[in-house]
Design a protein around this ligand. Structure first.
Ligand code: UDP
Ligand code: MG
Length: 319
């Protein structure tokens, strides 16, 4: 009998974790699927960890991982994948925005021999106008830059043990999970799902964090922005050549060139292009610096399985 691990990253979700565990238990038990729930508390500042331990006391199939601080969702997902013991592992948000029933459909597809099953959003659910627009904009940029459809991609996925191990074997610290699962390849199926409304608590994404997210992930996944630097340089060069020819022609025709304004404009143009390019390069260097430091992706302070504290046994070989 194969076991399904469900990885649930949770950050300040005290209002909903217990319910999520209950709903998943109902749905998966009814479908006769043997499972474990891997709840990763991403350094929540509320009572999320207390809720997880309480749920664990009632259900031995709950594995709780507690981070020493907030490391971000990607790190939480990664830790969950590393601790999951199942033959097949699903990743979903713990706010019930990813419908648990879809897990059953994904599981069937896995049984049919698919190794990566990607959840695809049918619509984006209810969001404020501004959030929808800004999210649309940044996912648009990310889709172009990473060549993976980001508009409807989600972190809701199911993966065979083989795919999970492939992802765990990747050495980079800055992982962009959503695109990485498609990068590893394998036989892939897609399942559409309707994003549900968040039942309790609030979204952790502000417009600013979306901008940061877009930038970090583009840089983590592709070097395309570095090529923009070359393109911008080429355009500048062409423009300046045209200006040189124009000035020379004017000079030989005996006209005086309107020097001051043109010089100023050219100077400003080139200056800003150079600074922006340096910024992009600097961003990559910062990433390289972070990668070579080989800091752990996350630090686990505690692990429980059911009602037992297994922090010592597991010795979470910190990645
Ligand atoms: N999350 C996390 N760490 C963070 C931010 C979010 O583990 O730093 C989790 C959060 O608890 C939830 C999931 O990531 O389970 C998605 O977050 P959220 O619902 O805020 O995002 P949205 O659904 O609005 O895109
Ligand atoms: Mg959510």
């Amino acid at each position: 009998m194969s076991v399904l691990s469900v990885v649930l990253p949770a950050y300040n979700e005290e209002l909903i974790v217990a319910k999520t565990c209950r709903v998943l238990n109902e749905v998966l038990s009814e479908a006769g699927i043997d499972y474990e729930l891997v709840l990763v508390d991403d350094g929540s500042r509320d009572k999320t960890w207390e809720e997880i331990t309480r749920a664990g006391r009632k259900d031995h199939r709950i594995l709780g991982v507690h981070f020493s601080r907030n490391f971000g969702k990607e790190a939480a997902v990664f830790a969950g994948l590393a601790q999951a013991t199942g033959d097949v592992v699903a990743v979903m948000d713990c706010d019930l925005q990813h419908p648990p029933q879809t897990l059953i459909e994904m599981y069937r597809l896995w049984k049919d021999g698919y190794e990566v099953i990607e959840g695809v959003k049918k619509s984006r659910g209810k969001e404020s106008f501004l959030h929808k627009k800004s999210a649309g904009f940044f996912y648009g940029i990310m889709t172009k830059a990473t060549k993976v459809d980001m508009q409807n991609a989600s972190d809701f996925k199911m993966m065979d043990r083989k795919a999970v191990d492939s992802i765990l074997a990747m050495p980079e610290r800055n992982m962009f999970f959503r695109a990485t699962s498609s990068w590893v390849g394998y036989r892939t199926a897609y399942v559409e799902f309707e994003v549900q409304e968040r039942e309790a608590g609030e979204s952790k994404w502000s417009t600013w964090s979306l901008i940061k997210y877009a930038f970090t992930n583009i840089v983590a996944f592709t070097t395309l922005p570095l090529q923009f630097v070359t393109i911008a340089g080429t355009i500048c060069f062409i423009c300046s050549m045209i200006l040189v020819i124009y000035s020379l022609v004017q000079y030989f025709l005996g006209h005086t060139v309107a020097g001051y304004t043109t010089t100023l404009i050219v100077l400003l143009l080139i200056g800003s292009a150079v600074m922006m390019s340096l910024g992009v390069i600097g961003y990559y260097i910062a990433r390289i610096y972070e990668e070579v430091k080989r800091r752990p992706r996350y630090i686990i302070s505690k692990i429980i399985r059911g009602s037992k504290d297994i922090s010592d046994e597991v010795n979470p070989d910190i990645k």
